[in-house]
Design a protein around this ligand. Structure first.
Ligand SMILES: [Zn+2]
Length: 382
């Protein structure tokens, strides 16, 4: 038996005016997806548990079968894992953005002008040299996204994600550790603003301690691999022992290598892995950009480049089961994530399901199941 999990990040949506009141899933021409839905089971899943933010960290954790209410400690520790960092007890990780805050205190750019990874690393190393020590260390990540490790008492603060502050007053942390965090961000200003980047300080948020997630293979009795361009998903692989496969042509953007991801899935399964997770970010990026055409095109790319040939390849290997769902909705009209339940699709190559339509309206009447229960559902077959 082979298992595939397909994650079109943020693909669920709401009816759009530009699409005549329909959603991208309803408009996209997806004959392969339609055929799978016709022979499988569709339903609605709560991938974001109540009380947790609708982030890709939370939703993808649920898709991998781990209840975020139990295992999620913060976003930064997952990204730290992707960088190969393991937090000791008594340590926490913060996400450390390079940002630009205007003279009037407005968050002008949460991405600090999108520096290159190399240029940013130089600045992060300078920050570590100047401000590191006493348990504080700065670790370079990718582009504007970095990690600060700190003593656990610094975690006692509410920190606002900088992308939620764009164009608004850059509201600093609140809570017991707020003053010390503000001090670090302030102390970063001369170092970052003197660096030649468009950024002028760091922004600390998303903190948490090392999550203790049981090994995926021990938990489920199957070996697994994944492919993604997103650090959060890589980090979840590291934390759960799911092998993270590199694909140089995976960009995290509209132009990503759909066929390369599908071929990697098929070759890894042919080499003996039991389960493979294909994550594609493009649908989410289109949602954030409010780009209706790109979101529809990303779904059509899934259909022609991944699902069609994937099913052919799987059929040649024997019996298989497939689970498809996004980690949250990213409605085009809102340009940000929501916590609404998302449609899921479960297909068994041998046993037909009730059949249905894989759209938001197609599952509107279905009972909502917890997102983290679906991995068990996928793997529960004799
Ligand atoms: Zn996401």
């Amino acid at each position: 038996m082979k298992y595939v999990v397909c994650v079109p990040d943020g693909c669920a949506d709401e009816p759009c005016d530009e699409l005549g009141g329909r959603t991208p899933l309803e408009v996209a021409v997806t004959p392969n997806l339609d055929a799978l839905a016709g022979r499988g089971t569709v339903g609605r899943a709560a991938v974001i548990p109540d009380g947790l933010p609708p982030g890709s960290d939370v939703g993808n954790m649920a898709i991998l079968g781990y209840d975020p209410a139990e295992f999620h400690t913060g976003r930064a520790p997952i990204e730290a894992a992707a960088l190969g960092l393991r937090l000791a007890p008594g340590e926490v990780a913060f996400r450390c953005n390079l940002v630009r805050v205007g003279g009037d205190g407005t968050m002008e750019d949460f991405a600090g002008g999108h520096p290159t990874t190399e240029d940013a690393a130089e600045v992060i190393r300078a920050l570590d040299a100047e401000l590191g020590g006493d348990g504080i260390a700065f670790h370079p990540g990718v582009q504007y996204r970095h990690v600060m490790v700190a003593p656990a008492d610094l975690a006692d603060a509410d920190c606002v994600p900088p992308h939620d502050l764009t164009g608004k007053p850059a509201v600093g942390p609140s809570g017991a550790a707020a003053a010390r965090l503000a001090e670090i961000m302030e102390a970063s200003r001369p170092i970052v603003s003197g660096s030649g980047l468009d950024a002028n300080q760091v922004w600390l948020w998303g903190q948490g301690h090392q999550p203790s997630m049981p090994d995926f293979t021990t938990r489920h009795g199957v070996t697994a691999g994944l492919v993604t361009a997103v650090d959060l998903v890589r980090g979840l692989g590291v934390l759960t022992g799911i092998e993270v496969h590199d694909l140089a042509t995976a960009t995290g953007w509209y132009d990503t290598d759909y066929a390369g991801k599908r071929n990697l899935a098929l070759s890894t399964l042919a080499d003996g892995a039991d389960l493979f997770v294909i994550h594609v970010e493009a649908t989410d990026e289109a949602g954030h950009a409010g780009d209706v055409a790109e979101k529809v095109r990303a779904l059509e790319n899934w259909d022609t480049e991944i699902l069609g040939p994937l099913v052919e390849g799987l059929d040649a290997m024997g019996r298989w089961r497939l689970l498809l769902l996004p980690d949250h909705a990213t409605p085009l009209a809102l340009r940000t994530h929501t916590s609404d339940p998302v449609p899921y699709l479960l297909v068994d190559s041998l046993t037909p399901g009730a059949g249905g339509t894989y759209t938001e309206s197609g599952v509107a009447d279905a009972a909502v199941v917890p997102g983290h229960s679906l991995m068990g559902e996928l793997l529960s077959v004799g």
